[in-house]
Write a protein that binds this ligand. Structure first.
Ligand code: UDX
Length: 430
């Protein structure tokens, strides 16, 4: 199939590269000239495991190319995927101006039948607006179909998730584009759900809100655990073995962040409000998430007392492991709130230091995770990077003023830590 992807952000680039990887011919369009140049010269703008390799391989083998020209992309493909940002606005609603602009551009350059697929996360009923826009702005009378095909990629695992999806959701107005969509996804051997376009759009918001709810649920349980001497990991394991619940997304900590959950939750609350439903359940999910951070900071202040002029080492800046993304990162929020108390920070992240420098200043960036603790009054784990489990605990302990660790991601075993001489405080455990 000849496919064009408009927008080479996290989602667009992974989609383009993975489609090429399974044999489709792909053009990736981006209006950011600098980004296109980076991609054309073999680089990738964001760290994503496995992505650079498949981009390079498919460019070399002639199945993937990059351009700034939407016209080129539209004229030289049958199926056009829209993967542009849908950023949040002040009131929580979604800014759809990039989607609208791209729809207008596609309409302008469309000279034959096209399938226009929305991959960006959008409010329910956006597909109807995209279809209207395409009809309104086409110069010729050519026909097109609009499809909703939400993505469920996790950053850090996006390539793996794309190549081995648990399901593909295809939302359509009519059966006409279904055959081509199934053909595009045939190489992935995944169950395909064909549904109406509004349901497809809702599936995305409903899925992300549910996952956020799972995290807030276990975080609420962690509060009960702390006041009763129970262990949240034991509870998560115990409930997670029930296949109706499942163990994943039951890791308590300092809360969820990133460019999806907070934004999608607010958008879903707003969409519901607009249709007259007060989604109080999701408002509570958001509140629990915010309180989880407050509680963690209180734990630090209760233990250390005066934070002013103390030095705290922070391991982790990315919003989660395996990514360099610091957007809406709980780790960055934590650092900023500690800075407000006059605390000095020594910080490290295996991948996100470069991106963090733009949003977090007046801290000491430490290249080696084993040097972070030096001279610190406490050490904080803010991101769940696996590599932090390999921290040289003995060296860290000896180099600190006081060996206190606040583990916001429950990476270590409390008993072990005590044995090693640490004052160890984690989330939802003794
Ligand atoms: C999410 C969805 O998982 C994905 O399907 C969707 O397409 C985009 O949004 P992503 O934002 O990449 O993916 O990250 P995810 O792995 O879901 O983690 C989100 C946040 O939740 C992170 O801050 C993570 O640290 C936190 N989290 C996750 C927890 O606190 N506990 C958990 O058990 C799981």
């Amino acid at each position: 199939m000849k496919i064009t992807i408009i927008g080479t952000g996290y989602v667009g680039l992974v989609t383009g590269a993975c489609f090429a990887e399974v044999g489709h011919n792909v053009i990736c369009v981006d209006n950011d000239a600098q980004k296109v140049r980076v991609l054309q010269s073999g680089g990738i703008p964001n760290y994503e495991p496995g992505l650079e390799e498949i981009v390079q391989k498919n460019v070399d083998e002639g199945r993937l190319r990059f351009t700034e020209s939407t016209q080129d992309g539209v004229e030289n493909s049958d199926v056009i995927f829209i993967a542009v940002p849908t950023p949040p606005q002040q009131d929580g609603s979604v800014d759809l101006s990039f989607i609208e602009k791209v729809a207008r551009e596609i309409a302008t350059y469309m000279k034959s039948y096209k399938i226009v697929v929305d991959k960006s996360t959008v409010p329910v009923k956006t597909g109807e607006k995209v279809a209207e826009t395409l009809r309104r702005y086409t110069k010729t009378n050519v026909d097109c179909d609009v499809v909703s095909n939400p993505e469920f990629l996790r950053e850090g695992f996006a390539v793996e998730d794309f190549l081995r999806p648990e399901r593909i959701v295809i939302g359509v107005f009519s059966q006409r584009p279904v055959k081509a969509m199934k053909e595009i996804y045939a190489p992935f051997n995944a169950p395909i759900i064909v549904t109406d376009i509004n349901s497809a759009e809702l599936i995305k918001h409903a899925a992300n809100s549910f996952l956020a709810m799972k995290i807030s649920y276990i975080n609420a349980i962690s509060v009960i655990c702390e006041s009763t001497g129970a262990d949240v990991i034991e509870v998560a394991n115990g409930i997670g073995m029930d296949s109706r619940i499942g163990r994943r997304f039951l890791d308590a900590g300092i809360g969820f962040g990133g460019s999806c959950f907070p934004k999608d939750l607010s958008a879903f609350i707003k969409i519901s409000e607009e249709i007259g439903y007060d989604f109080r359940l999701l408002k509570e999910v958001r509140r629990i998430n915010a309180e989880q951070m407050d509680r963690f900071i209180k734990k630090i202040t209760d233990t250390i007392w005066v934070l002013k002029d103390k030095t705290i080492g922070v391991l982790g800046l990315a919003f989660k492991q395996n990514t360099d993304d610091v957007r809406m990162s709980p780790a960055i929020e934590l650092c900023k709130r500690l800075q407000k108390t006059g605390t000095k920070l020594r910080v490290h992240d295996p991948k996100a230091m470069e991106k963090a420098r733009a949003v977090l200043t007046n801290v000491t960036y430490v290249e080696d995770m084993n040097n972070v603790a030096e001279g610190c009054d406490a050490l904080v784990i803010a991101t769940e990077w696996e590599i932090f489990k390999k921290l040289d605990l003995e060296r860290a302990r000896k180099s600190m003023t006081h060996p206190i660790m606040f583990d916001g991601r429950n990476l270590f075993d409390p008993e072990e830590m005590e044995k090693l001489g640490w004052i160890y405080k984690s989330v939802g455990r003794k």
